[in-house]
Design a protein around this ligand. Structure first.
Ligand code: 3PG
Length: 210
């Protein structure tokens, strides 16, 4: 059954964006996310370990919803879905990537930073979009301006989200969740400090629930 992306985002309100250098870290990291109360992970194709990491997480932890991030090509959509990814995130809006996601029956979260990007996403049936890079693209004022003409569009701001600005983004009625790396930093994962990840995740979950 395809993932209910909107339901998933509304339930957790956070998308941890993860770059794993070592697929061997996938399972302990997944356990830290689940233990911290955030059973969702976006594993980015920024590292060569991505597909293997998705496979290991999805196989070992069926309660964790694993998606793929930084998906730039149809071939990466295939690699991600074959590995077990249940949603696809891209930094921008690509008709080819969205078409392949539709073919594979997997929900897509394309990136947008302009009204033109949003119209392209809508052309391909995507009504939930990643506002990226949120802070560098102008932050909440730009998100508010973009949300106004597109009543049906929901946003997942990502890029520059921190514990300090999370609440203000989540308070916007069209924001369903925020993404980011702050609770799953690659250097902490590289050190194997999964208890630190779990603590950071738990704190983020508390903040997001406020
Ligand atoms: C992404 O790929 O979604 C972003 O790099 C996350 O941005 P952040 O590191 O500022 O959270």
């Amino acid at each position: 059954m395809p993932t209910d992306l909107l339901g998933l985002l509304l339930r957790h309100r956070l998308v941890p964006v993860i770059a794993l250098n070592d697929a061997g870290h996938a399972e302990p990291l997944g356990r830290a996310l689940v233990a911290g109360g955030l059973p969702i992970a976006e594993i980015t194709f920024r590292t060569a370990a991505a597909a293997d990491a998705i496979h290991r997480m999805a196989t070992a932890l069926p309660e964790l919803v694993v998606g793929a991030g930084t998906v730039l090509t149809p071939a990466q959509v295939d690699a991600a879905v074959d590995a077990g990814a249940r949603f696809i995130v891209s930094p921008g809006t690509s008709a080819r990537v969205l078409a392949r996601c539709a073919e594979r029956g997997v929900p897509a979260l394309p990136g947008v930073a302009t009204a033109t990007d949003i119209m392209a996403a809508l052309d391909h049936g995507a009504e939930i979009v990643k506002f990226f890079p949120a802070e560098a693209a102008g932050g909440l004022p730009v998100l508010k301006a973009l949300a106004a003409p597109f009543g049906q569009v929901r946003f997942v701001p990502t890029g520059g989200i921190t514990p300090g600005n999370l609440a203000s983004y989540l308070a916007h009625p069209k924001v369903v969740a925020c993404g980011g790396t702050w609770m799953v930093k690659t250097d902490v994962i590289d050190r194997g400090a999964f208890d630190e990840v779990e603590d950071a995740v738990r704190e983020a979950v508390v903040l997001a629930a406020r």
